[in-house]
Design a protein. Structure first.
Length: 495
Protein backbone atom coordinates (compact mmCIF):
# COMPACT_ATOMS: atom_id res chain seq x y z
CA UNK A 1 0.00 0.00 0.00
CA UNK A 2 1.45 3.39 -0.88
CA UNK A 3 0.38 6.85 0.16
CA UNK A 4 0.90 10.35 -1.18
CA UNK A 5 3.35 12.72 0.49
CA UNK A 6 1.18 15.82 0.98
CA UNK A 7 2.50 18.85 -0.92
CA UNK A 8 1.78 22.59 -0.80
CA UNK A 9 -1.37 22.13 -2.86
CA UNK A 10 -2.68 19.69 -0.24
CA UNK A 11 -1.81 22.09 2.57
CA UNK A 12 -3.70 24.82 0.71
CA UNK A 13 -6.70 22.50 0.44
CA UNK A 14 -6.60 21.90 4.22
CA UNK A 15 -6.29 25.65 4.85
CA UNK A 16 -9.26 26.14 2.55
CA UNK A 17 -11.30 23.84 4.80
CA UNK A 18 -10.29 24.91 8.33
CA UNK A 19 -8.63 28.33 7.87
CA UNK A 20 -4.97 29.26 7.86
CA UNK A 21 -4.54 29.27 11.63
CA UNK A 22 -5.59 25.65 11.88
CA UNK A 23 -3.54 23.80 9.24
CA UNK A 24 0.23 23.77 9.14
CA UNK A 25 3.29 21.87 7.97
CA UNK A 26 5.58 23.88 10.26
CA UNK A 27 8.23 21.38 11.43
CA UNK A 28 8.32 22.68 14.99
CA UNK A 29 4.58 22.08 15.33
CA UNK A 30 4.35 18.77 13.49
CA UNK A 31 7.35 17.41 15.47
CA UNK A 32 5.73 18.39 18.78
CA UNK A 33 3.15 15.63 18.25
CA UNK A 34 5.76 12.86 18.22
CA UNK A 35 5.64 10.56 21.23
CA UNK A 36 7.68 7.42 21.86
CA UNK A 37 6.81 6.39 25.38
CA UNK A 38 3.92 5.62 27.75
CA UNK A 39 2.00 3.11 25.59
CA UNK A 40 3.85 2.82 22.30
CA UNK A 41 7.28 3.30 20.84
CA UNK A 42 6.33 3.33 17.17
CA UNK A 43 5.42 6.74 15.82
CA UNK A 44 6.26 9.15 13.02
CA UNK A 45 6.03 12.92 12.67
CA UNK A 46 2.94 13.92 10.66
CA UNK A 47 3.47 15.95 7.47
CA UNK A 48 0.53 18.28 8.12
CA UNK A 49 -1.44 18.98 11.29
CA UNK A 50 -5.07 20.03 10.78
CA UNK A 51 -7.29 21.19 13.65
CA UNK A 52 -10.96 21.12 12.64
CA UNK A 53 -13.77 22.52 14.77
CA UNK A 54 -16.88 21.24 12.97
CA UNK A 55 -18.09 17.91 11.63
CA UNK A 56 -18.52 19.39 8.18
CA UNK A 57 -14.80 20.22 8.14
CA UNK A 58 -13.96 16.63 9.08
CA UNK A 59 -16.16 15.33 6.26
CA UNK A 60 -14.37 17.52 3.74
CA UNK A 61 -10.91 16.56 5.02
CA UNK A 62 -11.70 12.85 4.84
CA UNK A 63 -13.23 13.12 1.38
CA UNK A 64 -10.19 15.04 0.15
CA UNK A 65 -7.65 12.67 1.70
CA UNK A 66 -9.55 9.62 0.39
CA UNK A 67 -9.47 11.01 -3.12
CA UNK A 68 -5.77 11.96 -2.87
CA UNK A 69 -4.72 8.80 -0.97
CA UNK A 70 -3.27 10.73 1.96
CA UNK A 71 -3.04 8.91 5.30
CA UNK A 72 -5.05 10.40 8.20
CA UNK A 73 -4.30 9.86 11.91
CA UNK A 74 -6.96 11.11 14.35
CA UNK A 75 -5.86 12.37 17.74
CA UNK A 76 -7.96 13.58 20.65
CA UNK A 77 -5.17 14.57 23.07
CA UNK A 78 -2.33 12.18 22.21
CA UNK A 79 -1.80 10.94 25.77
CA UNK A 80 -1.99 7.32 24.74
CA UNK A 81 1.71 7.72 23.99
CA UNK A 82 2.57 7.15 20.37
CA UNK A 83 -0.74 5.41 19.63
CA UNK A 84 -2.35 8.44 18.02
CA UNK A 85 0.73 9.19 15.87
CA UNK A 86 1.21 7.90 12.32
CA UNK A 87 3.22 4.70 11.90
CA UNK A 88 4.24 5.14 8.26
CA UNK A 89 6.14 7.43 5.91
CA UNK A 90 4.77 9.53 4.28
CA UNK A 91 2.88 10.12 7.49
CA UNK A 92 0.15 12.33 5.99
CA UNK A 93 -2.35 14.39 7.92
CA UNK A 94 -2.76 14.38 11.66
CA UNK A 95 -6.32 15.34 12.54
CA UNK A 96 -6.08 17.05 15.93
CA UNK A 97 -9.60 17.14 17.41
CA UNK A 98 -8.68 19.24 20.45
CA UNK A 99 -10.77 22.22 19.28
CA UNK A 100 -13.95 20.13 19.37
CA UNK A 101 -14.26 20.55 23.10
CA UNK A 102 -17.91 21.05 23.98
CA UNK A 103 -19.73 19.32 26.82
CA UNK A 104 -23.03 19.19 24.99
CA UNK A 105 -25.52 17.68 27.40
CA UNK A 106 -25.81 16.34 30.94
CA UNK A 107 -28.85 14.16 31.66
CA UNK A 108 -28.93 13.06 35.29
CA UNK A 109 -32.19 11.13 34.98
CA UNK A 110 -30.93 8.91 32.18
CA UNK A 111 -27.40 9.21 33.60
CA UNK A 112 -25.21 10.21 30.68
CA UNK A 113 -23.23 13.16 29.36
CA UNK A 114 -22.56 13.93 25.70
CA UNK A 115 -19.08 15.19 24.85
CA UNK A 116 -16.96 16.00 21.83
CA UNK A 117 -13.52 14.42 21.28
CA UNK A 118 -11.47 17.32 22.67
CA UNK A 119 -13.14 17.32 26.12
CA UNK A 120 -10.37 16.41 28.53
CA UNK A 121 -10.89 14.33 31.62
CA UNK A 122 -9.75 17.26 33.77
CA UNK A 123 -12.34 19.55 32.15
CA UNK A 124 -15.19 17.06 32.46
CA UNK A 125 -14.28 16.22 36.04
CA UNK A 126 -14.12 19.90 37.03
CA UNK A 127 -17.36 20.70 35.18
CA UNK A 128 -19.27 17.91 36.93
CA UNK A 129 -17.69 18.72 40.29
CA UNK A 130 -18.88 22.33 39.97
CA UNK A 131 -22.29 21.83 38.38
CA UNK A 132 -23.35 18.27 39.22
CA UNK A 133 -21.33 17.26 42.33
CA UNK A 134 -23.65 14.29 42.92
CA UNK A 135 -22.43 12.65 39.71
CA UNK A 136 -19.05 11.23 38.65
CA UNK A 137 -18.06 10.83 34.98
CA UNK A 138 -15.97 7.77 34.00
CA UNK A 139 -12.54 9.40 33.86
CA UNK A 140 -9.56 7.04 33.69
CA UNK A 141 -8.22 6.66 37.22
CA UNK A 142 -4.57 7.50 36.67
CA UNK A 143 -4.47 9.27 33.31
CA UNK A 144 -3.25 12.86 33.03
CA UNK A 145 -6.00 15.53 33.24
CA UNK A 146 -5.13 16.58 29.66
CA UNK A 147 -6.12 13.20 28.19
CA UNK A 148 -9.64 12.87 26.84
CA UNK A 149 -12.76 10.90 27.58
CA UNK A 150 -13.14 10.03 23.89
CA UNK A 151 -9.56 8.74 23.52
CA UNK A 152 -10.06 6.49 26.50
CA UNK A 153 -13.38 5.21 25.13
CA UNK A 154 -11.84 4.18 21.84
CA UNK A 155 -8.91 2.60 23.66
CA UNK A 156 -11.33 0.72 25.98
CA UNK A 157 -9.37 1.85 29.02
CA UNK A 158 -10.40 1.59 32.64
CA UNK A 159 -12.14 4.20 34.77
CA UNK A 160 -12.14 5.26 38.40
CA UNK A 161 -14.93 2.75 39.17
CA UNK A 162 -13.89 0.05 36.72
CA UNK A 163 -13.97 -2.78 39.28
CA UNK A 164 -17.61 -2.08 39.99
CA UNK A 165 -18.94 -1.25 36.51
CA UNK A 166 -16.59 -2.89 34.00
CA UNK A 167 -14.17 -1.76 31.29
CA UNK A 168 -14.35 1.76 29.89
CA UNK A 169 -15.86 0.49 26.64
CA UNK A 170 -18.94 -0.55 28.66
CA UNK A 171 -19.43 3.02 29.87
CA UNK A 172 -20.07 4.38 26.41
CA UNK A 173 -23.62 4.39 25.17
CA UNK A 174 -23.82 5.80 21.66
CA UNK A 175 -21.47 7.57 19.30
CA UNK A 176 -21.36 9.68 16.18
CA UNK A 177 -18.73 8.89 13.58
CA UNK A 178 -17.64 10.31 10.24
CA UNK A 179 -16.50 7.65 7.80
CA UNK A 180 -13.95 8.41 5.06
CA UNK A 181 -16.70 8.49 2.40
CA UNK A 182 -18.17 11.49 4.22
CA UNK A 183 -21.13 9.67 5.78
CA UNK A 184 -22.06 10.63 9.33
CA UNK A 185 -23.41 7.64 11.25
CA UNK A 186 -24.96 7.58 14.71
CA UNK A 187 -24.88 4.31 16.63
CA UNK A 188 -27.19 2.64 19.14
CA UNK A 189 -30.54 4.28 19.91
CA UNK A 190 -29.04 7.54 18.53
CA UNK A 191 -29.52 6.16 15.01
CA UNK A 192 -33.16 7.25 15.33
CA UNK A 193 -33.42 11.02 14.93
CA UNK A 194 -35.52 11.66 18.05
CA UNK A 195 -34.07 9.00 20.37
CA UNK A 196 -31.90 9.76 23.36
CA UNK A 197 -28.57 7.92 23.63
CA UNK A 198 -30.07 5.58 26.23
CA UNK A 199 -29.45 2.15 24.68
CA UNK A 200 -26.11 1.27 23.10
CA UNK A 201 -27.33 -1.87 21.30
CA UNK A 202 -29.98 0.31 19.67
CA UNK A 203 -31.38 -0.78 16.37
CA UNK A 204 -28.92 -3.66 16.19
CA UNK A 205 -26.64 -5.22 15.19
CA UNK A 206 -24.41 -3.01 17.29
CA UNK A 207 -21.90 -0.94 15.26
CA UNK A 208 -20.45 1.03 18.18
CA UNK A 209 -18.81 -1.99 19.81
CA UNK A 210 -17.03 -2.69 16.55
CA UNK A 211 -15.41 0.74 16.75
CA UNK A 212 -14.11 0.11 20.28
CA UNK A 213 -10.39 -0.59 20.08
CA UNK A 214 -10.23 0.60 16.46
CA UNK A 215 -7.33 3.01 17.22
CA UNK A 216 -8.55 5.47 14.59
CA UNK A 217 -8.41 2.92 11.76
CA UNK A 218 -12.10 3.05 10.75
CA UNK A 219 -13.33 6.62 10.98
CA UNK A 220 -13.43 9.75 13.14
CA UNK A 221 -15.62 9.84 16.23
CA UNK A 222 -17.16 13.25 16.74
CA UNK A 223 -19.53 12.75 19.68
CA UNK A 224 -20.05 10.23 22.41
CA UNK A 225 -22.60 9.68 25.15
CA UNK A 226 -20.92 8.50 28.33
CA UNK A 227 -22.56 6.96 31.40
CA UNK A 228 -22.28 8.84 34.69
CA UNK A 229 -22.62 7.30 38.14
CA UNK A 230 -23.57 8.68 41.56
CA UNK A 231 -20.68 10.22 43.45
CA UNK A 232 -21.35 9.39 47.10
CA UNK A 233 -19.58 11.21 49.93
CA UNK A 234 -18.60 8.19 52.01
CA UNK A 235 -15.33 6.77 50.76
CA UNK A 236 -12.19 5.09 51.98
CA UNK A 237 -9.36 2.81 50.91
CA UNK A 238 -8.69 -0.58 52.55
CA UNK A 239 -5.29 -2.20 51.98
CA UNK A 240 -4.03 -5.69 52.72
CA UNK A 241 -0.39 -6.67 52.23
CA UNK A 242 1.07 -10.07 51.45
CA UNK A 243 4.32 -11.63 50.28
CA UNK A 244 3.29 -13.11 46.93
CA UNK A 245 0.99 -12.57 43.96
CA UNK A 246 -1.02 -15.80 44.49
CA UNK A 247 -2.31 -14.66 47.87
CA UNK A 248 -3.08 -11.26 46.33
CA UNK A 249 -4.98 -12.89 43.48
CA UNK A 250 -6.92 -15.40 45.55
CA UNK A 251 -8.02 -13.09 48.37
CA UNK A 252 -9.12 -10.44 45.86
CA UNK A 253 -11.07 -13.00 43.84
CA UNK A 254 -12.96 -14.17 46.92
CA UNK A 255 -14.13 -10.61 47.55
CA UNK A 256 -14.87 -9.84 43.87
CA UNK A 257 -16.88 -13.04 43.48
CA UNK A 258 -19.39 -11.78 46.03
CA UNK A 259 -20.69 -9.66 43.13
CA UNK A 260 -23.62 -8.08 45.01
CA UNK A 261 -23.21 -6.03 48.14
CA UNK A 262 -19.57 -5.34 48.95
CA UNK A 263 -18.09 -6.07 45.53
CA UNK A 264 -20.20 -3.36 43.89
CA UNK A 265 -18.97 -0.89 46.52
CA UNK A 266 -15.33 -1.59 45.71
CA UNK A 267 -14.97 0.81 42.80
CA UNK A 268 -11.22 0.57 42.18
CA UNK A 269 -9.41 -2.58 43.23
CA UNK A 270 -5.77 -2.34 42.35
CA UNK A 271 -2.45 -3.53 43.67
CA UNK A 272 1.01 -4.67 42.82
CA UNK A 273 4.49 -5.00 44.20
CA UNK A 274 6.93 -2.78 46.09
CA UNK A 275 8.94 -1.68 42.98
CA UNK A 276 5.81 0.33 42.13
CA UNK A 277 6.82 2.60 45.01
CA UNK A 278 10.55 2.49 44.30
CA UNK A 279 10.39 3.54 40.64
CA UNK A 280 8.37 6.69 41.27
CA UNK A 281 11.68 8.30 42.33
CA UNK A 282 14.91 8.92 40.39
CA UNK A 283 16.95 5.70 40.20
CA UNK A 284 20.04 7.14 41.92
CA UNK A 285 18.13 8.74 44.80
CA UNK A 286 16.41 5.76 46.47
CA UNK A 287 17.53 2.38 47.88
CA UNK A 288 16.69 -0.61 45.70
CA UNK A 289 16.73 -3.36 48.35
CA UNK A 290 13.42 -4.60 49.74
CA UNK A 291 14.56 -4.28 53.39
CA UNK A 292 14.33 -0.49 53.12
CA UNK A 293 10.69 -0.70 52.01
CA UNK A 294 9.91 -3.37 54.59
CA UNK A 295 11.03 -0.99 57.34
CA UNK A 296 8.56 1.56 55.96
CA UNK A 297 5.81 -1.04 56.45
CA UNK A 298 5.39 -1.79 52.74
CA UNK A 299 4.59 -5.43 51.97
CA UNK A 300 6.17 -7.15 48.96
CA UNK A 301 2.73 -7.29 47.37
CA UNK A 302 -0.56 -5.60 48.28
CA UNK A 303 -4.10 -4.92 47.19
CA UNK A 304 -6.11 -1.68 47.65
CA UNK A 305 -9.89 -1.64 47.75
CA UNK A 306 -11.28 1.84 47.16
CA UNK A 307 -14.80 1.77 48.61
CA UNK A 308 -17.67 4.15 47.90
CA UNK A 309 -20.94 4.06 49.86
CA UNK A 310 -24.07 6.15 50.26
CA UNK A 311 -23.95 6.19 54.08
CA UNK A 312 -21.31 5.76 56.81
CA UNK A 313 -23.17 2.65 57.97
CA UNK A 314 -22.90 1.11 54.51
CA UNK A 315 -19.20 2.02 54.28
CA UNK A 316 -18.48 0.49 57.71
CA UNK A 317 -20.26 -2.68 56.63
CA UNK A 318 -18.17 -2.95 53.46
CA UNK A 319 -14.87 -2.32 55.24
CA UNK A 320 -15.71 -4.83 58.00
CA UNK A 321 -16.70 -7.49 55.49
CA UNK A 322 -13.46 -7.05 53.51
CA UNK A 323 -11.42 -7.25 56.71
CA UNK A 324 -13.31 -10.33 57.95
CA UNK A 325 -12.86 -12.09 54.62
CA UNK A 326 -9.15 -11.26 54.64
CA UNK A 327 -8.77 -12.65 58.19
CA UNK A 328 -10.61 -15.80 57.19
CA UNK A 329 -8.44 -16.21 54.08
CA UNK A 330 -5.30 -15.71 56.18
CA UNK A 331 -6.37 -18.32 58.71
CA UNK A 332 -7.63 -20.98 56.34
CA UNK A 333 -6.35 -20.76 52.78
CA UNK A 334 -3.35 -18.46 52.36
CA UNK A 335 -0.07 -19.70 50.93
CA UNK A 336 1.93 -17.49 53.31
CA UNK A 337 -0.47 -16.64 56.17
CA UNK A 338 2.09 -14.79 58.31
CA UNK A 339 2.72 -12.23 55.60
CA UNK A 340 -0.95 -11.28 55.27
CA UNK A 341 -1.64 -8.11 57.20
CA UNK A 342 -3.73 -4.96 56.99
CA UNK A 343 -1.85 -1.81 56.03
CA UNK A 344 -2.85 1.35 57.81
CA UNK A 345 -2.86 4.35 55.50
CA UNK A 346 -2.31 7.89 56.75
CA UNK A 347 -5.45 10.01 56.16
CA UNK A 348 -3.38 12.10 53.71
CA UNK A 349 -2.51 8.94 51.76
CA UNK A 350 -6.21 8.08 51.59
CA UNK A 351 -7.13 11.62 50.54
CA UNK A 352 -4.48 11.61 47.83
CA UNK A 353 -5.68 8.23 46.56
CA UNK A 354 -9.28 9.45 46.44
CA UNK A 355 -8.41 12.59 44.49
CA UNK A 356 -9.25 12.34 40.77
CA UNK A 357 -7.69 12.46 38.25
CA UNK A 358 -4.97 11.27 40.63
CA UNK A 359 -1.89 11.62 38.37
CA UNK A 360 -0.49 8.63 40.24
CA UNK A 361 1.23 7.15 37.19
CA UNK A 362 2.97 10.30 36.00
CA UNK A 363 6.14 10.00 38.19
CA UNK A 364 7.33 6.75 36.58
CA UNK A 365 9.25 8.94 34.14
CA UNK A 366 11.49 9.99 37.08
CA UNK A 367 13.31 6.63 37.37
CA UNK A 368 15.07 7.13 34.05
CA UNK A 369 14.14 9.04 30.93
CA UNK A 370 11.01 7.11 29.92
CA UNK A 371 8.44 4.47 30.74
CA UNK A 372 6.15 2.16 28.87
CA UNK A 373 2.86 0.65 30.05
CA UNK A 374 2.27 -2.74 28.43
CA UNK A 375 -1.31 -3.71 29.12
CA UNK A 376 -2.60 -7.28 29.08
CA UNK A 377 -5.98 -8.69 29.99
CA UNK A 378 -6.07 -12.10 31.69
CA UNK A 379 -8.79 -13.99 33.54
CA UNK A 380 -8.41 -12.80 37.14
CA UNK A 381 -7.34 -16.19 38.47
CA UNK A 382 -4.36 -16.18 36.09
CA UNK A 383 -2.98 -12.74 37.03
CA UNK A 384 -0.50 -14.19 39.56
CA UNK A 385 0.93 -16.45 36.86
CA UNK A 386 1.21 -13.41 34.57
CA UNK A 387 2.92 -11.39 37.30
CA UNK A 388 5.48 -14.09 38.01
CA UNK A 389 6.27 -14.58 34.34
CA UNK A 390 6.57 -10.86 33.60
CA UNK A 391 8.56 -9.81 36.66
CA UNK A 392 11.07 -12.61 35.88
CA UNK A 393 11.35 -11.31 32.30
CA UNK A 394 11.91 -7.73 33.48
CA UNK A 395 14.69 -8.87 35.80
CA UNK A 396 16.26 -10.96 33.04
CA UNK A 397 16.38 -7.89 30.77
CA UNK A 398 17.70 -5.61 33.53
CA UNK A 399 14.53 -3.57 34.19
CA UNK A 400 13.03 -3.08 37.66
CA UNK A 401 10.16 -5.62 38.01
CA UNK A 402 7.30 -3.13 38.36
CA UNK A 403 3.87 -4.78 38.24
CA UNK A 404 0.46 -3.14 38.61
CA UNK A 405 -2.74 -5.20 38.52
CA UNK A 406 -6.37 -4.04 38.71
CA UNK A 407 -9.70 -5.79 38.78
CA UNK A 408 -12.14 -5.14 35.98
CA UNK A 409 -15.80 -5.86 36.70
CA UNK A 410 -15.44 -7.54 40.06
CA UNK A 411 -12.51 -9.74 39.04
CA UNK A 412 -14.03 -11.02 35.82
CA UNK A 413 -10.83 -9.80 34.16
CA UNK A 414 -7.47 -8.59 35.41
CA UNK A 415 -5.71 -5.75 33.71
CA UNK A 416 -2.05 -6.59 34.22
CA UNK A 417 0.29 -3.73 33.54
CA UNK A 418 4.03 -4.13 33.73
CA UNK A 419 5.54 -0.63 33.81
CA UNK A 420 8.83 -0.69 31.96
CA UNK A 421 11.05 2.07 33.37
CA UNK A 422 13.92 2.61 30.95
CA UNK A 423 16.19 5.20 29.40
CA UNK A 424 14.38 6.25 26.24
CA UNK A 425 17.40 8.28 25.13
CA UNK A 426 19.41 5.04 24.65
CA UNK A 427 18.80 3.05 21.45
CA UNK A 428 20.06 -0.10 23.22
CA UNK A 429 17.34 0.28 25.88
CA UNK A 430 14.65 0.68 23.22
CA UNK A 431 15.85 -2.54 21.59
CA UNK A 432 15.90 -4.35 24.93
CA UNK A 433 12.32 -3.26 25.63
CA UNK A 434 11.16 -4.60 22.28
CA UNK A 435 13.06 -7.90 22.67
CA UNK A 436 11.38 -8.43 26.02
CA UNK A 437 8.02 -7.31 24.63
CA UNK A 438 8.25 -9.92 21.85
CA UNK A 439 9.35 -12.76 24.15
CA UNK A 440 6.64 -12.07 26.73
CA UNK A 441 3.91 -11.56 24.10
CA UNK A 442 4.72 -14.94 22.52
CA UNK A 443 4.45 -16.56 25.94
CA UNK A 444 1.29 -14.66 26.88
CA UNK A 445 -0.57 -15.54 23.68
CA UNK A 446 0.12 -19.23 24.32
CA UNK A 447 -1.65 -18.82 27.66
CA UNK A 448 -4.60 -17.09 25.95
CA UNK A 449 -3.81 -13.67 27.45
CA UNK A 450 -4.31 -10.67 25.24
CA UNK A 451 -3.02 -7.20 24.79
CA UNK A 452 -5.94 -4.78 24.81
CA UNK A 453 -3.94 -1.87 23.35
CA UNK A 454 -1.97 -3.85 20.77
CA UNK A 455 1.08 -2.09 19.37
CA UNK A 456 1.57 -2.29 15.58
CA UNK A 457 4.77 -4.30 15.23
CA UNK A 458 4.67 -6.92 17.99
CA UNK A 459 1.27 -7.32 19.66
CA UNK A 460 -1.08 -6.85 16.70
CA UNK A 461 0.76 -9.08 14.17
CA UNK A 462 1.46 -11.83 16.71
CA UNK A 463 -2.12 -11.75 17.98
CA UNK A 464 -3.94 -11.63 14.65
CA UNK A 465 -1.69 -14.30 13.15
CA UNK A 466 -3.24 -16.65 15.71
CA UNK A 467 -6.78 -15.54 14.94
CA UNK A 468 -6.94 -15.91 11.15
CA UNK A 469 -10.69 -15.94 10.74
CA UNK A 470 -11.13 -12.92 13.01
CA UNK A 471 -8.45 -11.09 11.00
CA UNK A 472 -10.19 -11.95 7.72
CA UNK A 473 -13.44 -10.36 8.92
CA UNK A 474 -11.64 -7.37 10.44
CA UNK A 475 -10.06 -6.64 7.05
CA UNK A 476 -13.41 -7.04 5.30
CA UNK A 477 -15.00 -4.53 7.67
CA UNK A 478 -12.05 -2.16 7.24
CA UNK A 479 -12.56 -2.27 3.46
CA UNK A 480 -16.26 -1.51 3.92
CA UNK A 481 -15.71 1.50 6.19
CA UNK A 482 -12.49 2.79 4.64
CA UNK A 483 -12.12 1.47 1.06
CA UNK A 484 -9.09 3.65 0.26
CA UNK A 485 -7.39 2.58 3.50
CA UNK A 486 -6.53 6.12 4.56
CA UNK A 487 -7.38 5.83 8.24
CA UNK A 488 -4.36 5.41 10.49
CA UNK A 489 -2.46 2.93 8.30
CA UNK A 490 -0.31 0.44 10.17
CA UNK A 491 -2.27 0.56 13.44
CA UNK A 492 -3.69 -2.86 14.38
CA UNK A 493 -1.39 -4.20 11.63
CA UNK A 494 -4.02 -3.09 9.09
CA UNK A 495 -2.80 -1.56 5.86
C1 LIG B 1 0.59 8.67 33.02
C2 LIG B 1 -0.56 8.03 32.31
C3 LIG B 1 -1.51 7.32 33.04
C4 LIG B 1 -2.59 6.72 32.40
N1 LIG B 1 -3.52 6.08 33.16
C5 LIG B 1 -4.61 5.55 32.56
C6 LIG B 1 -5.66 4.96 33.33
O1 LIG B 1 -5.64 4.98 34.57
N2 LIG B 1 -6.70 4.40 32.68
C7 LIG B 1 -6.76 4.40 31.31
O2 LIG B 1 -7.71 3.86 30.78
N3 LIG B 1 -5.81 4.97 30.56
C8 LIG B 1 -4.75 5.56 31.15
N4 LIG B 1 -3.79 6.17 30.38
C9 LIG B 1 -3.90 6.12 28.91
C10 LIG B 1 -4.50 7.33 28.21
O3 LIG B 1 -4.20 8.54 28.82
C11 LIG B 1 -5.98 7.28 28.15
O4 LIG B 1 -6.40 6.13 27.47
C12 LIG B 1 -6.49 8.54 27.49
O5 LIG B 1 -7.76 8.84 27.93
C13 LIG B 1 -6.39 8.54 26.01
O6 LIG B 1 -6.98 9.75 25.54
P1 LIG B 1 -6.25 10.63 24.49
O7 LIG B 1 -7.17 11.73 24.13
O8 LIG B 1 -4.93 11.04 24.95
O9 LIG B 1 -6.19 9.60 23.28
P2 LIG B 1 -5.32 9.70 21.97
O10 LIG B 1 -3.90 9.41 22.30
O11 LIG B 1 -5.58 10.98 21.27
O12 LIG B 1 -5.97 8.53 21.10
C14 LIG B 1 -6.06 7.19 21.51
C15 LIG B 1 -6.34 6.32 20.27
O13 LIG B 1 -7.64 6.60 19.75
C16 LIG B 1 -7.56 7.17 18.42
N5 LIG B 1 -8.45 8.32 18.42
C17 LIG B 1 -8.40 9.39 19.27
N6 LIG B 1 -9.43 10.20 19.06
C18 LIG B 1 -10.16 9.67 18.05
C19 LIG B 1 -11.37 10.05 17.40
N7 LIG B 1 -12.05 11.13 17.78
N8 LIG B 1 -11.84 9.26 16.41
C20 LIG B 1 -11.19 8.12 16.05
N9 LIG B 1 -10.05 7.70 16.64
C21 LIG B 1 -9.54 8.47 17.63
C22 LIG B 1 -6.11 7.58 18.23
O14 LIG B 1 -5.75 7.50 16.86
C23 LIG B 1 -5.38 6.57 19.11
O15 LIG B 1 -5.18 5.36 18.42
C24 LIG B 1 -2.70 6.81 30.99
C25 LIG B 1 -1.77 7.52 30.26
C26 LIG B 1 -0.72 8.15 30.91
C27 LIG B 1 0.24 8.96 30.10
Amino acid sequence: MSYKLPDDKDLDAMIGIVGKEYATNNKAITASYLSKSVMGLESQIPDIVVRPKYIEEIRKILLYCSAEKIAVSPISAGLSGGFACPTIKPAGVMLDLGRMNRIIEVDTENRYVVVEPGVTIGELWAYMHKNYPEWAPPVPDGAPPASTVMGDAIDRGFSLYTSSVGPQGDNFMCGEIVFPNGDIVRTGSWALPFAKPFYKYGLGPDIWSFLMGSQGTLGVMTKVAVKIYPHPKFKTVVVWGMSNPEDMQNLTLEIGKQEFGIAHNTVMVQGGNYPLVMTRWPKDKVPHDYEFYEQLGISKWWMNWECWAQTQEELDYVVNRINKMAEDFKKNRAKDPDSIKPQELHPKQIASRLKKPNKIAVPYAFWEAGFLFITFYTPWNECAHFAEMYTAAMEKYGFPPVMWIASIERCRQAICMPIICFDSSKQSDLEKVQDMNRETTEYALKQGWLNYRPDPYIHAPLTYSQAGMYWKYLRMMKKTFDPNMIMHPGRLALP
